[in-house]
Design a protein around this ligand. Structure first.
Ligand SMILES: *[C@@H]1O[C@H](CO)[C@@H](O)[C@H](O)[C@H]1NC(C)=O
Ligand SMILES: *[C@@H]1O[C@H](CO)[C@@H](O)[C@H](O)[C@H]1NC(C)=O
Ligand SMILES: *[C@@H]1O[C@H](CO)[C@@H](O)[C@H](O)[C@H]1NC(C)=O
Ligand SMILES: *[C@@H]1O[C@H](CO)[C@@H](O)[C@H](O)[C@H]1NC(C)=O
Ligand SMILES: *[C@@H]1O[C@H](CO)[C@@H](O)[C@H](O)[C@H]1NC(C)=O
Ligand SMILES: *[C@@H]1O[C@H](CO)[C@@H](O)[C@H](O)[C@H]1NC(C)=O
Ligand SMILES: *[C@@H]1O[C@H](CO)[C@@H](O)[C@H](O)[C@H]1NC(C)=O
Ligand SMILES: *[C@@H]1O[C@H](CO)[C@@H](O)[C@H](O)[C@H]1NC(C)=O
Length: 663
């Protein structure tokens, strides 16, 4: 019994930690000890120690080593009340009256769990974690995009605004978003962690991420991450729970910790179960993803050419050129998934709309628009129309059937898949309307509910596909790249740099190859700083792909590297296709897809189990899936090394059979 209370105590005693030796109120059978000024409790891997006045948290992992989980909060005076046992002494509570903070600490499933409650509209900046908190910490891992692994004292990542401004000239933010980012909006899932070397590390998880932001700052040349939670009655966030774990320090450990948490709470739905519910999901395994543009990319001719090149599996999405019945039928017969791009997020006046996707029947616009606190309508993406309120849409659905009808309209030519933009990766909205009020949690639930409905019938994907949506979505577009915040400015510069929405047969935005600043190559695609952390949680649940507006051939300078990364993570490549691309790149795409197909047919149903750097420069990397059924080694470097695959090559070992691909 690994998780049991008594065995944890026994482990602590075995480790020679002298558990409870210095305490003044505790019974070894109760596990939690209340001391003068601090509380200790055994967790997996050590004994946690919480300073009651400041919430500084440490863990003693053996006789000689301790690790700081969090710095304390600044206080004027020691005011904490004496901790009291509750719930049969499985948890302990106290108050910090100077800030009106009620604390409950417990050990749950081997983790330390600390829950804070404060008055409406107050906040707390805690935990405070990182390299300045414990010098042993070496690198930070967190799940934005595919996942990052950032050396805490790396010069590049410790640069401030000034340094950046000197760089490409037009961009002014710090590399790590020092303005603070919303965890619910910007993290794929609410966890992070650190490697401390010598087989030791820490992992952190939030039970709920709404109303929590994180700020990364450089303190004495080392990165520190401070989390701020806002306690809000309206948002139902009056409690704030943080869980702490001791890990083995491997870079994927925080991901594995979060995966265990999802499994314990029955919040992880595996792809194999999605396939059981809807067998068409199986078509995702081994398929690349492509958006087709114009007649020349979406018609019968295009599909026939793709098939002729030997592309056996493909997900094809269309935007404004729905495939005809005939083409859809042909593509499905080949084993492809085909479906529309759609979004329910936008509403516009029918006579002024710039997209049919913004037009809803009757008075849905403006009736279902989100209202701000002052009663005004919340303008939509890029100031187009409004953001639709998911609560208003849900409340009216029974009467209007608008969303169900939209799905029927969009799939009328026989689609077997559906891409619903925004829903699995939204900024959550509070709606202050009197007719359809909602808080952010309701918004999330509304989105999940409507996605679950579509997923019953269609192989469903959405933008990014955050962890909370894994029961509904089978694939996500966007999670394979952590988009640098300054990149949006670059992308919006459609006329001069990125390319706009013309020509219709191949909008330059998707098709025009562009160069981009070296800094982006580092923040968005640098293999040294990227790890498959999202895959460590979700690999056998959701197929994670790139954004549609950064398809494979968009940035020639990183194309090869991106193919290798996809292979290493065992996830598909994202393409933009029209007749010309099929003609010019079809053979190459087919070569890559053919290599990927068997690997993902097996690997897509297996969890990611290991990730390793095989060279000191971190440019040769290896992954393992399942119990070693699939192993992949990639050499991103510029030189051959270690008798592994040559530079620019990937080696796959599938059920002991080896194959190589050089790109
Ligand atoms: C717990 O932390 C307090 C405050 O830092 C320290 O005085 C105490 O010795 C620690 N106790 C244990 C058992 O580690
Ligand atoms: C509390 O502990 C007692 C004694 O060990 C046990 O009999 C009782 O069932 C426990 N109650 C709860 C709610 O766990
Ligand atoms: C937290 O509360 C303080 C005091 O009310 C306020 O000044 C600060 O702006 C708040 N911080 C955040 C991140 O909400
Ligand atoms: C304590 O843990 C550290 C870090 O994992 C390790 O280096 C050290 O050898 C351990 N010491 C003992 C006495 O086990
Ligand atoms: C669209 O309709 C609204 C309401 O009838 C009207 O005020 C507006 O001028 C119309 N816009 C255009 C471009 O015709
Ligand atoms: C579905 O299509 C019909 C016919 O074009 C249109 O009248 C209706 O408004 C559409 N419904 C929705 C919800 O988009
Ligand atoms: C297209 O196929 C669907 C069935 O998949 C059918 O209901 C519809 O009538 C067809 N439309 C046309 C224009 O043939
Ligand atoms: C495909 O897109 C490219 C880039 O815009 C364009 O040059 C080309 O003409 C397009 N091909 C077709 C067949 O439309």
């Amino acid at each position: 019994m690994v998780n049991g209370k008594s065995s944890l105590t026994a482990l602590a005693v075995l480790a020679g930690l002298g558990y409870c030796a210095t305490t003044n109120y505790c019974d070894i059978s109760k596990n939690i000890c209340i001391n003068d000024g601090f509380v200790t409790l055994p967790i997996r891997g050590g004994i946690a120690n919480i300073t009651i006045n400041t919430l500084e948290v440490n863990v003693q992992t053996n006789k000689t080593t301790s690790l700081r989980f969090s710095n304390g909060i600044p206080i004027d005076k020691n005011s904490a009340t004496k901790p009291q046992f509750n719930n049969n002494e499985t948890s302990v509570s106290w108050n910090i009256p100077s800030r009106n903070c009620a604390v409950v600490a417990s050990m749950t499933n081997g983790r330390l769990r600390i829950q804070l409650s404060q008055p409406d509209n107050s906040n707390i900046t805690w935990p405070i974690t990182g390299g300045n908190v414990d010098a042993k910490y070496q690198s930070l891992q967190y799940p934005r995009g595919p996942g990052r692994n950032i050396p805490l004292r790396d010069e590049f990542w410790n640069q401030g605004t000034q340094q950046w401004a000197k760089g490409p000239g037009t961009f002014g933010d710090m590399v790590l978003d020092d303005e603070g980012v919303d965890v619910s909006n910007d993290f794929m899932m609410p966890f992070w962690g650190y490697s401390a070397g010598q087989g030791l590390g820490s992992a952190y998880m939030l039970e709920e991420d709404i109303e929590t932001t994180v700020k990364h700052t450089s303190e004495s040349g080392s990165l520190q991450s401070s989390f701020t939670h806002t306690f809000s009655q309206r948002e139902n966030t009056l409690t704030y729970s943080v869980m702490f774990e001791v890990t083995d320090g491997s870079v994927l450990a925080p991901g594995f910790a979060y995966r265990r948490y999802l499994q314990e709470t029955k919040n992880l739905l595996l792809m194999k179960d999605k396939i059981t519910s809807l067998p068409q999901n199986k078509r995702l395994l081994g398929a690349f993803h492509a958006y087709c543009w114009g007649e020349s990319g979406c018609d019968m001719e295009a599909m026939k050419k793709l098939v002729a090149f030997g592309i056996k599996k493909l997900w094809v999405g269309w935007n404004d050129n729905p495939m005809t019945n005939e083409t859809t039928k042909f593509a499905k017969n080949q084993g492809y998934l085909v479906g529309p791009y759609d979004t329910f997020a936008n509403g516009q006046p029918a006579n002024e709309s710039d997209t049919v996707l913004g037009i809803w029947p009757g008075t849905a616009y403006p009736d279902q628009c989100i209202r701000k606190a002052d009663g005004s309508i919340m303008a939509g993406f890029h100031d187009r129309g409004c953001y639709m309120s998911t609560q208003a849409q849900a409340l009216s659905e029974l009467k209007t059937g608008n969303m169900a009808q939209r799905v029927r309209n969009s799939t009328a030519t026989g689609a077997n898949s559906y891409f619903l933009d925004v829903d699995a990766s939204p900024e959550f909205f509070t709606d202050y309307s009197k007719d359809h009020p909602q808080n952010m949690m309701m918004d999330r639930k509304n989105r999940l509910d409507r996605m679950l409905k579509i997923a019953k019938e269609f192989v469903l994907g959405s933008e990014n596909s955050k962890g909370w949506a894994n029961s509904a979505v089978s694939f996500g577009h966007g999670s394979l790249t952590m988009v640098d915040p300054r990149f949006w400015t670059f992308l919006m510069n459609k006329k001069n740099v990125y390319g706009g929405y013309t020509p219709p047969g191949g909008p330059e935005m998707f098709f025009k190859p562009v160069d981009f600043p070296e800094n982006f190559a580092t923040t968005m695609f640098g293999p040294k700083y990227m790890i498959p952390l999202t895959e460590a949680v979700l690999h056998d649940s959701v197929v994670n792909v790139d954004r549609w507006d950064i398809p494979l051939y968009k940035f020639p300078v990183v194309t090869k590297q991106r193919v290798l990364q996809s292979m290493l993570y065992n996830v598909p490549v994202m393409l933009a296709i029209n007749g010309t691309v099929i003609e010019e790149k079809g053979a190459e795409i087919a070569k890559f897809q053919k290599f990927f197909e068997p690997l993902h047919e097996t690997g897509g149903l297996l969890p990611l189990t290991t990730f390793e750097y095989l060279s000191e420069d971190r440019m040769t990397q290896a992954t393992t899936f399942g119990n070693g059924e699939l192993k992949i080694i990639v050499n991103f470097g510029s030189v051959a090394k270690y008798g592994g695959p040559d530079k620019g090559c990937v080696r796959a070992i599938l059920n002991n059979k080896q194959s190589d691909l050089c790109v």
